[in-house]
Design a protein around this ligand. Sequence first.
Ligand code: C2O
Ligand code: CU
Length: 495
Amino acid sequence: MTTISRRRFLVSTGAASLLVSACGAGGGREALLPTDPLVGARETRLAGADAKVIRKSMTAGPVDLDLAGRVTPTWGFDGDAIRANVGDILEVELRNELPEETTIHWHGIAIRNDMDGVHDLTQSAVAAGERFTYRFLVPDPGTHFFHPHTGLQLDRALYAPLVIDDRDDPGQYDAEHVLVLDDWLEGTPEEAFARLGAGMEGMDGMEGMDGMEGMDGMEGMDGMEGMASSDLLGGHASDVSYQMHLINFRPIEDRPTFDVPAGGRVRLRLINAASDTAYRFAVGGHRLTVTHADGFPVEPVEVDAVLLGMGERFDVIVTASAGAHPIVAIAEGTDQVAGAVLRAGPGDPPSPAARPAELNGQVLTYGDLRPTEAVRLASGQPDTSLTLDLTGNEADYMWGINGKPMSDLDPFDIEEGQTVRLTFRNRSTMWHPMHLHGHTFALEETGARKDTVIVRPDESVSVMFAADNPGQWMVHCHNTYHLEAGMAGVISYVR
Ligand code: C2O
Ligand code: CU
């Protein structure tokens, strides 16, 4: 299989050539690069005189994961969650002990462009054995996470939460837990990607095979995961066959228990760090009050369950009734789950087989989300509108934007100070969680602030953002395999 290396080479080459061709495309307008003095200017404007510096080191390297007693080698970070306050300067030294290059991307926070961690676009990749220090001001509170932006590394265990607190907002809750959801792959993501390239795991790939020739491909699949289908996602739900699903790196057989006070208000910060799986999340016997979407506050809204695409976060409050209750995240379109226990005092633990009725109750929709006044974007007409057609299919596994993989796609030019309208039109056969770096957009439908939005087949979703953070920013599908196949573009500030 030469597919992977060829595609990776193309992506790298495409982005790298963007760096050198600052005055290239766009009719002589100059791209505002990560090295531009304007990139640091915003941070200087936001910085308080006495900003606290939080120093960490984070080693990316081989780690052993204990999956319900089975020790499994993978790649991960040595540190846990990073937590800071709004206005702090975060200084993280990445030590790369992986056998290949990497970077760290700080997903969801609008930091300075040269610290955004996209290799060959905002920085050079950090080579094996090398170090790189990220240093940036954290401008907004919220539930975020960080992960590499290199190849398929995210589908190993290379991720951790990034939680930014607001000193002025102590929070109306008695306990708090961070829950990171992930799909767990046996074997390497590179092998999984190679199988996708051959059309073996995708449903359409199977349909494309005729007669007995299909048999080999079918035998190669683990169960029915490749056929996963979901009404909530408008059809085919996922491409890769996963063996298990994790909450905070633990499978259902060894699910974590979260101890909380009975009757207390419990804030759960939910993060979907999976590569190819959306989760429907519920807590047995409890309603969820959604308070934040992708880190930004919304008017509290009560539902039974939330659906999280890859890269999405929701903060929810539950008022814990006495006893032990099942927390279940079902891998959308399958019957596989990740789970945990919410324990408020004594009581028998719920069966790991429990499937709370709430999972099939009222599921949060984007239409339910309303921004709080404090985070509402000033309304007004957009100064520029960009349309991104999401294109491709499972059969040949060539995903792209406007019919092209990132390596062939011209950057989308914008200017600082503009209000930008971005429309994602899904012309492909599958849903995509579309993510924008460096900005938190507003859903046109409701004004709710987000940075990742699910776009179903045949659906069109528009978002608006204020172009206030100069640089070169990725916009891409947060399905790790779709991204690797090319479903990405660059929003380029120009002058
Ligand atoms: Cu989690 Cu390019 O992002
Ligand atoms: Cu996608």
